[in-house]
Write a protein that binds this ligand. Sequence first.
Ligand code: R5P
Length: 303
Amino acid sequence: MSERRPCVLSGSCHPELARSLAGALGVPLEPAEVQRFADGEIDVCVPNAVRGRHAVIVQPTSPPGERHLLELCLLADACRRSGADRITALIPYFGYARHDRRTHAGQAVGVRVVTDLIAAAHVDRIVSVDVHCTAIEAVSTARFDQLSAVPLLLQALRDWPAAEGVVVAPDLGAAKLAKNIGRALGAPVALVHKSRRAADQVEALDLLGEVHGRVPLIVDDMISTGGTIDAAVAALLAAGCVPRITVAATHGVFAGLALERFARLPIARIVVTDSVPFAGRQAPPVERLSLAPLLAEAINSAE
Ligand code: R5P
């Protein structure tokens, strides 16, 4: 009789999450090999266990995104050639999702290129969480299911003092998220108008909403260099907020010196999920919420 349970595999990006997912699904994590040749090219090998089964490849495409993306595509190809019945790419953090339009002539639309590459590797379904490009379903030729970690974040924020607080969108793109979180927690909302001068240089141009004497909760879909949060904190402090700030985002990429940057700010708490691996530095306090139950539900619902 053929094995009906999904076969969970991991690329090199986030084996910890793959193990948690396998645990939540009640299956072992199957040993996929990912190695590098001396010239840097990637060599993968998947186990026979994938034959005739639903292969679930766990691989966020967080930095270095191009390596993790290529590994994912090679693993999917290997699964197909080894007789997998169908293939799901579980990409909790979807890299290049911010490249969803050309802001000036001569640029590429990275999110389109990436979704095409994944579909060309014979992936049947992509599952991701709070993708920055909300129109990604329309961009992808493979079936694309977007999950939301907002209920998880809300659960973790239930002790945040909403009565004396203000939920802050650090840029226009986060306005809807802040509105939803403000409504769910029963707190007013403020909005920072930001300008990005360079990839890691952000400045706050304006602050809309009353923050004086209030305890801020800054919400965003992702934190990369930390520039957006840094600029929002500066604007909030200048406007007289209580210097005890909570930051919540689905994806804590913490690129470069983001955490060192935050350590200089009055940030009491940072809440993110485990969508990407974490380097493990402790200050300021970063809480990582497990996505495994949510992801397992998405896999089980398709069985
Ligand atoms: C951009 O619109 C996103 O929602 C985030 O605000 C942004 O990507 C965060 O990047 P960084 O931490 O580098 O400012």
